[in-house]
Design a protein around this ligand. Structure first.
Ligand code: SF4
Length: 203
């Protein structure tokens, strides 16, 4: 498809905000991306601690090298994420999504790419509706298209394939809160009880 200036969308390309190697693998495996010239962006200030960040980055770089993917790694800036969510921890996922999508959209604009998407769409653990809303708003404000896709149905197979390739698959989303929720059973139980009580109240 060509734009009004006669430029090919495929040439202008797709910027793929990339949370980790396994989710980026979906972009190589799914047909949705076949028509795009892709560039992957690794910007993950949300990941804590640094050793975990480094492990995810290594896995991502190994994937790019084995699949011949073009990519850019931005500096690790956990302070950016901390400032974005400070005093608003209850809304942290929305703020976290917005931070990474804005940075990715700015990068896409500077690199003259037409379309933005995120590998977060691969995971059933992310809020797809929220990602769609934020992604479309962030992209529209910069004159970009936002590509929505859904890898949730094949997530289990994706992880199996990632493990088969020897890739690192992380046990929690990324931030210190998600790490605690993963390993603090009492906290998880309290959260689930609060959620169940809210649902009972609204029924
Ligand atoms: S749980 Fe995941 S999406 Fe939510 S704030 Fe933490 S790292 Fe970001």
């Amino acid at each position: 498809m060509r734009d009004m200036d006669g430029r090919d969308d495929k040439v202008r390309g797709l910027l793929v905000d990339s949370c980790c190697g396994p989710c980026a693998l979906a972009v190589f495996l799914l047909d949705d991306f076949a028509d795009y010239e892709r560039h992957f962006l690794f910007y993950n200030p949300n990941v804590h601690p640094f050793r975990e960040y480094r492990r995810r980055l290594e896995s991502f770089e190994e994937l790019m090298s084995s699949m011949g993917g073009e990519f850019t790694v931005l500096a690790y800036e956990p302070e950016e994420w901390i400032r974005a969510v400070a005093f608003r921890e209850e809304s942290r996922c929305e703020l976290c999504y917005r931070l990474r999508l804005r940075r990715a959209a700015d990068f896409a604009l500077e690199a003259d790419m037409a379309t933005l998407t995120t590998t977060l769409f691969a995971s059933p653990y992310q809020d797809h509706d929220l990602l769609c809303r934020l992604g479309e708003s962030v992209a529209r404000s910069r004159g970009l298209e936002f590509m929505v896709w859904d890898g949730r149905a094949s997530y289990r197979e994706l992880l199996e394939e990632a493990r088969r390739r020897g890739m690192y698959t992380q046990p929690y989303c990324g931030c210190l809160f998600s790490e605690r929720e993963r390993y603090d059973r009492a906290l998880r139980q309290r959260k689930e009880a609060r959620k169940a009580s809210r649902e009972r109240g609204s029924a």
